[in-house]
Design a protein around this ligand. Sequence first.
Ligand SMILES: O=C(O)CCC(=O)C(=O)O
Length: 272
Amino acid sequence: MTADPSASAEELARRGYVILRGILDAGEVARARDLCAGYLAGSGSQEMLTSAFLADEFLAGIVLRERVVSAVRELLGEEHPVLYPNCTARKNVYVPWHVDATFVGPTAGYVWEPGFAHVQCGLYLQDNDPVAGGGIDAVRASHLMSFDGYGTTEPEFDIAARTVGESDLRERVDTRAGDVVVWNARLMHTSTPVLREAGREKFGVFFSYARPHVRDNHRFLSQIAVDSMRTMNGVSRLIPRLAEIARMRYPESFPAWFAKEAADAAVQIATL
Ligand SMILES: O=C(O)CCC(=O)C(=O)O
């Protein structure tokens, strides 16, 4: 059991997300914000390549912190969780209502099988403020709802956004700077809207864990490989972060200290 009952496996199963409080303290939040500001110095939305993220011991170490890994173990019901190489930090990313792309659509029926367990983790480096944003909103228990005919059609979020997204099921995920929100892969969520600019950048650190399952782990990674090339109006564009993840191999693509810490924590790293 985790110390906090609101971060239990039961709560994740019921609500679709839980919050791990205070994974970074105030000083560490300030340090992480400085690092992210340095790495993501351009304007607009930006995200780090996994290789750049892993090269920073402080940022990469967050993913393997004892409190994070033990919570993930409890939440997945799995002693040997699998970490994917999609670790990153992002600046000023705002996305509309969605279920994370690899878990919806005609190839994603397997995410409804009883043994499927995958959690996405977002550590936010500012409070989630109802006026200035800073984190995510979620539709409570939407991991139990299908937006894609249980993996048989393209997902449809517009109707859900207008209905459950405007209902009492919509919740502002009440994260404070340094908290991690852990959500079920099937949860429908959106960036908390900014009603008034706060004069600060929005930063978050993101990573995901799953149960070890050769087929599910491979499907997730191969979907990332497919998504790394987007074709619109006949023009193909490579998404560098996703293309890099598809090329990564364990252990050679990971810093030796990171591979060792993962092994010591009984965390397996999955690559294609
Ligand atoms: O950080 C955010 O505002 C949104 C993150 C998100 O929706 C995602 O990573 O899928």
